[in-house]
Each structure stands twice: as C-alpha cells, then as structure tokens.
Ligand binder design. Structure first.
Ligand code: NAD
Length: 423
C-alpha cells in the first residue's frame, strides 16, 4: 500500500497525543527507532497546547557560537539549525573579527497592520484622517498594557490601491518586546466597524504586514585587512579583501547571487530566531521583501575597503521578540534568552543582525578564498560516518580518514569504520 492510500482514522485530532502517536506509527508502519526521537516527556504537554494534532517534537541541534563582541560586551549566541556549517561559520567569523567586534543599532519596534476596505467612498481618506484621535481612543483598552511599557498607537495612514480601488488603512503600533502579530491583528479588527462607518465601505480583511520595514536592526564591523591573513589560504590579505568587496557588489548586480547571499545571512538569523522561540517565517518574509525593495533582489549586506580596513555592514527588518507567542513559554527559549543575558527585543534584534553579518562574512570569505566545499565536505563526512554506524569518537576518526583520502561516499565511511574497529 502506498502512503497516499493509508489513512489516519476519523477523529484523529481529538485523540490524546499518545493515542495520535500510536495511530500514526501503526498506519504508516514507522520504524520505532526513528519515531522514538520525536518523544519528549518534558515537551509533550507544551507541543499539544501549541499546535493541533501534535504527535511529538522534531528535535533540531542547538549549538552555541562563542565569543561575539557586540557593542563592547561578549556574547555566546545560541543557534538552532539542521545545517552543519552554521554554528562553525559564525564562531569562525567571530574569532577573525575579534575584540573590535560589531557595532549594532535598531529602530523603534513599530509594526504595521492593514485593513482593506471595499467600496470606500471618495471622502473616506479625509474622514479617516480627521477621526484619527477618536480611532486611537477606541483602541485604548487593547493598547493600555503596551502604553504602560512605553509603546502603543503610532498613527494611521490611508492609500487607495490604484489597480483594485481598495482602500488600504495602515495602523502603526509600537509593540515593545513582542513580535506583535496578535496585538496588531486584534487592534486592526477592533477598528473595522469605525472604519466602515467612516468610509461607507466594508472590510475585506485585516492583518499584520510581515514587511516590518520600520522595525530594523543593523550591524557593522571594521577589520584591519592584515587580520584576514589567518584565513587567506596563501592569498594576500589585500587580495582577499578586494574579492570580498567585489563579491558584495556582485550581490547588488546579480539577483540570483543575491538570493543565496541573503540565504547565508538568514542561516544565522533564522537559527537565532528558532533557538529563541521566534517566528522564523515572519523574520524571513520581512528580510527577503526588504532585499527586493528596489524591484530587484539585492544583497542585504555591503562591504567596502577604507584604506587598510575592511568594513562589513548589514541592515534589515528584524522583529525578534523576547515575550509573546512561543517565546518564554518554550523552556528552550527561556534557556537561550538566559544565555544571552535576558535581552529586550531591540538587543536581541541587534544580536541577530551581528550574527547574520558574521555568517555572511564567513561564507563570502570562504567563497572568494578557495570555496566552501572543503569545510563542508568535512562536515558531510561526519554525517556519512554516523550513517555508516560510527558513534562517539568514531565519528571524528572516520571523518578524518575520509578527508585524508578525499573520498566522501557512504562506502568509504563504512570501510573506514571497519578498519578503525579492526585496529
Ligand atoms: P502575544 O499574543 O503573546 O502578545 C504579547 C503579550 O505580551 C501581550 O499580551 C503583551 O501585553 C504582553 N507583554 C508582556 N510584556 C511585554 C513587553 N515588554 N512588550 C510587549 N508586550 C508585552 O504575541 P504577539 O507578539 O502579539 O504575537 C506573536 C504570535 O503571533 C507568534 O506566535 C506568531 O507566530 C503569531 N502570528 C503571526 C502572524 C503573522 O506573522 N502574520 C499572524 C498571526 C499570528
């Protein structure tokens, strides 16, 4: 029977997590050893509360990239990722950049929701603008907790969409340390009735925009070119610096290259977002939209040479929360925020910008100085060794042997493992 012909029984979602797990294992004839890894006694009540039809958890490696100097303080940065090179690359960049570290900045955490109205009359824009204070007051009960923390209502704007004729009403709220989706969606829905009355139209939908273009974070580093010597693989450091700048310009001109350049940045940022319980899709949607704001996808980071100093720079929308959603409800998120010294949202977003820039720097440096495959194949060899049955210290020994032989097939891993075990 094919998987498509198998069916979970009706009422599956109403069963207990344990029963759902049993039904899935039975229906799909799962290998007990594989499925066992989705068990987590500490996490199952939480998983069952967080999503519908939970059957367990998906464990992803959590690592720490150590020794980041950011605005004069040293951070160890927790990263959750399935990609082998991410933590290693971030730590490598942090070591090269060293104590001069990263300078970072962030804007106020203002998020935007949109109410789209159909058949709004021609005077709608003026009437909504004239009623802004009244509309703001109508949100008082929703926004009072934010206002007590220094956030709250930051304005309204209207735009008539030329193609469809819909009236777009943008609502701006400073959400402080939250990501803000529920706060914005609740407030936007609360305005619908008044906006319909003022415009004579009716609401098609109200929803947060993940563009988050007003809530940005950035980072830069300045690196004396001679510090590239340790990474230069026989190439003059000045030449490496020149190539990094050229690679940065390339990601401005070639959108195909820019997509991958930016994916590398998000390797770090999404791993931090996941490690801290943030909404990775929201962060990525905002970043990629920002990279295409000129009408073409361009690299989010830039590099330039100033005398004998290489400067790296990155800025992007970054709505990393330290409260709300899964953040702090998830025990791992509480632990990772602890590793970071309980940052607020602005600090966490600035750390995110630094780790994104570090990740990008490590990738571009490797690409222009001999390629990334050498490092990646070493990590790939460890996976093959594990697949071949190596465990503990054997994994590294088998991977080292494969690297020495420059041969990276599963058969090579199996041969290296049996050789090791026969010694
Ligand atoms: P939330 O609903 O948990 O609200 C945050 C809460 O934290 C508020 O009640 C607020 O009063 C409180 N709070 C305590 N201390 C605070 C502080 N210092 N700063 C700000 N608020 C503080 O969370 P949210 O951020 O409104 O929504 C995030 C969730 O919504 C995420 O799980 C996200 O995945 C989900 N979501 C996303 C989208 C989208 O991205 N389009 C849409 C819907 C829902």
């Amino acid at each position: 029977m094919t998987a498509a012909a198998m069916r979970l029984p009706p009422g599956f979602r109403k069963q207990s997590l344990e029963e759902r797990r049993r039904q899935v294992a039975e229906t799909y004839k799962l290998d007990d050893r594989d499925f066992a890894a989705s068990r987590s006694p500490e996490m199952e009540d939480l998983a069952d509360m967080m999503i519908e039809s939970a059957i367990g958890v998906m464990p992803i490696p959590l690592g720490v990239a150590t020794g980041f100097t950011i605005d004069g303080s040293v951070y160890d940065i927790p990263l959750a990722t399935e990609e082998p090179s991410v933590v290693a690359a971030a730590g490598y960049a942090a070591r090269i950049i060293g104590e001069s570290g990263f300078e970072t900045w962030s804007t106020e955490p203002v998020m935007q929701a949109q109410i789209f109205l159909e058949n709004a009359g021609s005077a709608a824009e003026k009437r909504i603008s004239a009623a802004e204070n009244e509309l703001k007051d109508s949100l008082d009960s929703h926004l009072a907790p934010l206002e007590r923390r220094g956030g709250g209502f930051r304005g309204l704007a209207t735009t008539r969409l030329p193609g469809l004729g819909l009236l777009q009403v943008d609502l701006y709220i400073d959400v402080r340390d939250a990501m803000g989706a529920n706060i914005l969606n609740t407030a936007a829905e609360a305005l619908q009735g008044d906006l319909e009355r003022l415009s004579g139209g009716h609401t098609l939908m109200s929803i947060l925009s993940n563009q988050a273009g007003l809530r940005r974070a950035g980072a830069l580093f300045r690196l004396p070119v001679e510090r590239l010597a340790r990474a230069a693989r026989g190439i003059a450091p000045e030449e490496i610096a020149r190539r990094i700048v050229l690679a940065s310009d390339l990601a401005q001109e070639s959108s195909e290259r820019a997509v991958t350049h930016n994916k590398g940045i998000m390797n770090g940022i999404s791993a931090l977002a996941l490690a801290t319980g943030n909404d990775t899709r929201a962060v990525e949607a905002g970043a990629h939209a920002w990279s295409a704001r000129s009408g073409q996808v361009r690299g989010l980071s830039r590099y330039r040479l100033q005398a004998q100093t290489l400067e790296g720079w990155l800025e992007l929308p970054l709505a990393l929360a330290t409260v709300g959603g899964a953040v702090k409800i998830h025990p791992v998120s509480r632990a990772t925020l602890g590793i970071l010294g309980q940052p607020d949202s602005g600090q966490l977003s600035r750390i995110g910008a630094a780790v994104g820039l570090a990740q990008n720097f490590a990738a571009v440096l490797a690409l222009v100085s001999g390629g990334i495959q050498k490092g990646h194949m070493k990590l790939h060899a460890a996976r093959l060794a594990f697949q071949a049955g190596a465990r503990g210290d054997e994994v590294r020994a088998v991977a080292d042997r494969m690297a020495a032989l420059k041969s990276y097939r599963l058969e090579d891993a199996a041969a290296a493992l049996s050789r090791l075990r026969s010694i």
